[in-house]
Design a protein around this ligand. Sequence first.
Ligand code: SF4
Length: 228
Amino acid sequence: MTEWDAAAVERLHDDLVDLHGPAERDGEHGSDAAPGDGVRQLLTTILSQNVADENTRRAANSLFDRYADFRAIEDAPHDELAETIRVAGLPDTKAERIQRALAAVREQTGGAYSLAFLDAMPTDEAKAWLTDIKGVGPKTASVVLNFHFGKPAMAVDTHVERVSKRFGLVAESASNARVHDLLDDLVPDDLKYPLHVLLITHGREFCTARSPDCDNPVCATYCDCDGC
Ligand code: SF4
């Protein structure tokens, strides 16, 4: 069983890179991004909850093609908005979450649909502001903060959580929110994004939920779980 500390996480990262190749960050983030991109990221991440990437893309295209701006999305009739994003699943819930998030941003800024104010906040404070919005959990908040703002927040999706538990990075019994906190503490800041990407890749290519393929050098080093 690996004793996990920052140095061990760095070795895991390097071994995952050897197996899968480096994780590239795409797109601008932080002050290099266009105004409104953070809000777009937030809405797209809400759409992505519990659905495959392709359906997220289709729903996001449908949403941003149909409405001219964020005000129009916030003001849209509920049923119309839900129909527009139906391909993402849970259309009523996600329509409510999207409109609630837009209202929260507008009220916070006094009228602008921009998340730029989060950039000046410490990561914990920014995460708390986002997760105060009903329907925005730690994963959605961490995606926005890490992908858009480059802040040190580790986003934990189903693959990251499963592989982290099998490698013993976190306890099997930890809740998703707890896994976020534990990995935020354990993973060095500069590795939070690449390790997120690499653990997803590893979860998709080897450690699938139903039929894991345990025959690979990374698992030989780090996994001694019952599934092997
Ligand atoms: S050894 Fe098998 S069960 Fe363990 S992490 Fe790797 S693929 Fe998953």
